[in-house]
Design a protein around this ligand. Sequence first.
Ligand code: NI
Ligand code: MN
Length: 228
Amino acid sequence: MTVAITWLSHAAFLIESSKGRVLIDPFLSNNPKASLKLQDLPPVDMILVTHGHGDHVGDTIALATRDNALVVASVEVVNWLRNHGVKRLHGQQAGGAFEHPAGRVKLTPAFHGSSLPDGSYGGQPVGMLLTVEGVTVYHAGDTSLFGDMALIGDEGVDLALLPIGDNFTMGPEDALKAADLIGPKMVIPMHYGTWPVIDVDQERFRGPAAGKPWRVSIPTPGEKIRLN
Ligand code: NI
Ligand code: MN
């Protein structure tokens, strides 16, 4: 069956397969670069939230409520969402994997912060490895470069979603090193251009990537890419 991914801008992605629709870090409202409005998004089955920051929790509460979707995040983020009325929740922590109906999710470490929009403690930020229908996608979350990304690559990553916006996360040069450590088939850069502070030129990533054993895809927000 076909697995397809759509970049919705920033760190927000929609992954569709015969197992269901999975949203990662659904930041659409108040996102100046969002390609879709909330009401234009089809019903989703599972929402993955990498950490508590507003540009990642985004519209999780509204969408989880609208679609009765399962939300997977750190135990701390899950507890906060429960207090905000979200019903279907599943807490995991870095290193832990679980087979959900819409795909297998393994949480990975990420080096960043994770306070929630009201200042509550959000635990450790994470990245997400989603495996569905034989395709593994690594969403790095917001993170710096770290050497153990090579171990994440050992999981067999088909597609790596890597931040390149600098300032809050890796910039393009560190993201190039990250991709070399992970060794995916394809990289989609993310978390750049949303606001002036992370408005880096994507060519700083795409240019030096020419000749690498992995390829770069830079979709326009809303463009769907087939992964198998
Ligand atoms: Ni963040
Ligand atoms: Mn962020």
